[in-house]
Design a protein around this ligand. Sequence first.
Ligand SMILES: Nc1ncnc2c1ncn2[C@@H]1O[C@H](COP(=O)(O)OP(=O)(O)O)[C@@H](O)[C@H]1O
Ligand SMILES: [Mg+2]
Length: 382
Amino acid sequence: MSHHKLTAAEPAGGAKPRVAVLFGGRSSEHAVSCVTAAGVLGAINKDKYEVIPIGIAKTGQWVLAADDTAQWSLSGTSLPEVVPSQQTVTLAQIGGEHQLIVAAPNEVPQELGAVDVVFPLLHGPFGEDGTIQGLLELSDTRYVGAGVLASAVGMDKHYMKVVFAAAGLQVGPYIAVTDRQWQNDAESVRKQVDRLGFPVFVKPARAGSSMGISKVDSLDGLDAAIEEARRHDLKLVIEAGIVGREIECAVLEGRGADAPRTSMPGEISVAGGTHEFYDFTAKYVEDDAAALSCPADLPEEAITRVRELAAAAFDAVGAEGLSRVDFFYTPDGQLIINEINTMPGFTPKSMYPQMWAASGLDYADLIDELIHLALNRKTGLR
Ligand SMILES: Nc1ncnc2c1ncn2[C@@H]1O[C@H](COP(=O)(O)OP(=O)(O)O)[C@@H](O)[C@H]1O
Ligand SMILES: [Mg+2]
């Protein structure tokens, strides 16, 4: 069992930093997270880091997982899944170290050793929303990516817009709808939506991977779309449809006091006809439904603006580590911010790593840089 004190960057005695890779999770993006883990487990530099894969089952239970790229990859139509077992893994502060403990019924809990940093490869609620980050803060364990507040703001499509607007970023017209409003006065919600003008996009406020999102062309389809979104979250955001190209930019925290680094922007083009927008199947299921191109074919001036706005969005929510910032680029040249993702898709084929690759930072180096940033950032007040 390795025992070493947590230090910044390099642990004492030349031991490799121990990185716990956390994936799966309770959200509807469980399978997506497993696929991300397959990518990271396959690319992380094992000469430099000791890797401990930990899966979170859909029940929320943590289990020791196989360091097996194939098991967590998408193969054919079956989605990878972490299954609960008798053994449970927890994280605790013991003797000033951040220990992984394995417990099973009727057995004495066992220490798995100290962890230097956690890499939460989790998307959606209970992963990307500040809850895991809070747990890691409480156990005083360093981790990759945004802290509690930034994660929570980045998860909530309503508060995200409030913060962006306050920072002077351009957000599209929208309304937020709470459970109480829908239950008590659905008619006023319908009226407000009618005022936004159709089409609208009805979204769960806190979901991801396009889950529960519908494009609605008239009042007729509104109630059904609202009920569908409410299956994911009782809080909704309803937005006016924006005509524009989907442009994204990858942001990576700067080292030390440096400003955030931004990638070349990329573009998502969704094959028309079968997909009205960048929905779940276009994202993950059908290989050729969406094309990611990077760098996006944009005028120099627009590229500069995208990168500045992406860094401003990162700072507006107080993000750390990494974020992907998504915009609509309208025919008249406006850049309307759609969202920030504090734990963006992170398979080798995902937009975030692709944008860095196109900007000169490959997947393995990107993982290394994120771990470096995390090892050098203390916990507390995040
Ligand atoms: N207001 C909008 N106008 C036009 N298209 C939209 C709008 N909102 C979302 N979309 C489409 O739906 C997709 C998913 O919406 P998004 O808000 O990015 O959700 P998620 O967080 O699940 O990725 C977008 O990539 C885009 O194709
Ligand atoms: Mg999106």
